[in-house]
Design a protein around this ligand. Sequence first.
Ligand SMILES: NC(=O)c1ccc[n+]([C@@H]2O[C@H](COP(=O)([O-])OP(=O)(O)OC[C@H]3O[C@@H](n4cnc5c(N)ncnc54)[C@H](O)[C@@H]3O)[C@@H](O)[C@H]2O)c1
Length: 251
Amino acid sequence: MADLHNKVAIVTGGASGIGRASALLMAREGAKVVVADMSERAGRDVVAEIEQAGGIARFQALDVRSDESCAALVAETLRHFGQLDIAFNNAGIFASPSLTEDQGLTLWQQMLEVNLTGVFNCMVHELQAMKAGGGSIINTASVAGIRGTFGAAAYSASKHGVIGLTRSAALEYGKYGVRINALCPGLIETPMTAGPGSGFSEQMINGAVRSTPLRRQGSPEEMAEMVLWLAGPRAAYSTGAHYVVDGGFSA
Ligand SMILES: NC(=O)c1ccc[n+]([C@@H]2O[C@H](COP(=O)([O-])OP(=O)(O)OC[C@H]3O[C@@H](n4cnc5c(N)ncnc54)[C@H](O)[C@@H]3O)[C@@H](O)[C@H]2O)c1
């Protein structure tokens, strides 16, 4: 039985990695999905993949740093599909590690702007749309949002912020039937962590895998399962919480 039948979902960062896997899974479970991303080509590929599998999706160009762009995302979703039930605010960036004193104000501001302000920008408009009929918002934080991360102070601070934002908004919007939770992935094999320019060296990956009780990286599909659960009716009593899916890394 498709859990998300007749639901409309937004996925930011939906062109790649965890967002892509979540868009595909939610569409398979019956949701109409808006794949929103800066990367138009890859985003349209995800839409095509959903459509080829018999699902319904559309692409929306998005830069989460812009309030205007986030407003347009929600407005276009409502114009096209008439409702908004689920929002997975997942777009994010990482950077090559450096000591806190060397991170620099530019990197600090970039991290906060995309990873934290970006979630805030989306939530403002999503909450306005969901207030009347309820909904589920899932924000991507990280295990870096619940503990310190060597070499990634700005990233870690941005993800701690996502959890604070999630919990605070959950206090305010529960009475409207809007549930708001955060996902905290561990090390997940996506373009963010794999390949050249990812910011993760092989040494870092191997070190993290050694510190993970399940002794491997997670897959985007494993994150999507938690997103699906939080998005759907089976999580009806869950709000204001963060869900760690990290192979035991933070245990
Ligand atoms: N991969 C991991 O190990 C890991 C671990 C913990 C948390 N996370 C978080 O999961 C989320 C998804 O990461 P991923 O690993 O799938 O990475 P990814 O790089 O595969 O996907 C990120 C997507 O976000 C998009 N994006 C970046 N900046 C944007 C902006 N300003 N506006 C709109 N879209 C933008 C990118 O185009 C890309 O499609 C991020 O928030 C990341 O911080 C990832």
